[in-house]
Design a protein around this ligand. Structure first.
Ligand SMILES: [Zn+2]
Ligand SMILES: [Zn+2]
Length: 178
């Protein structure tokens, strides 16, 4: 299905609407207003040199970007690109790449038992998916102090970048408050 979010020229100025985000396949946000400010669009990412996209590669729905509210300028830092397509539910390429990298990393850990490996993989899936289990998983990562787990936690944090760190910070705040 195709959302008619694009076509800036057709947009009535008195309506709120989603711009389209341009994101590189590694998840770097290039332009959260690729429709209204196309000057900032780039075919390749200045950070990693990879190709950029504005649509879900599976269903061709535009990647939602900045939400224009009529008559209001909303400032603040840009939202990170979504992990999954809101139309077809498939993982965006950056999510797929993070999952693949994190899964490969757990395969390399000889020190883990099969059960630990499976648990770590499930933890990684939860961290990426932002399910109710995400907070639990972030806590599980944080509290894992056994031999080997510190090392793999750091490696996984590298692969999962901001999301993992944010959840850890949030749960750390909660621990401080409670
Ligand atoms: Zn990039
Ligand atoms: Zn899609």
């Amino acid at each position: 299905m195709f959302h008619d979010w694009g076509r800036f020229g057709d947009k009535p100025r008195d309506k709120s609407w989603y711009d389209t985000a341009q994101v590189c396949i590694n998840g770097h946000l290039i332009n959260e207003m690729s429709v209204s400010s196309p000057d900032h669009n780039r075919p390749f990412c200045p950070k990693c040199g990879c190709q950029t996209i504005t649509k879900c590669v599976d269903c061709q729905t535009d990647i939602p970007g900045f939400y224009h509210v009529s008559g209001v300028f909303v400032g603040g830092p840009p939202e990170p690109p979504p992990a999954f397509c809101g139309n077809c539910g498939h993982a965006f390429p950056w999510t797929e790449r993070r999952l693949t990298a994190a899964r490969a990393m757990t395969e390399d850990l000889d020190r883990l038992t099969e059960e630990e490996r499976r648990e770590l993989q499930e933890t990684i899936e939860d961290l990426v998916r932002d399910t109710p289990m995400t907070q639990v998983s972030a806590g599980r990562f944080q509290e894992a102090r056994r031999e080997g787990w510190n090392w793999c936690r750091e490696r996984a944090a590298g692969h999962l970048s901001g999301r993992y760190e944010r959840h850890c910070k949030e749960s750390a705040h909660r621990h401080v408050r409670s």
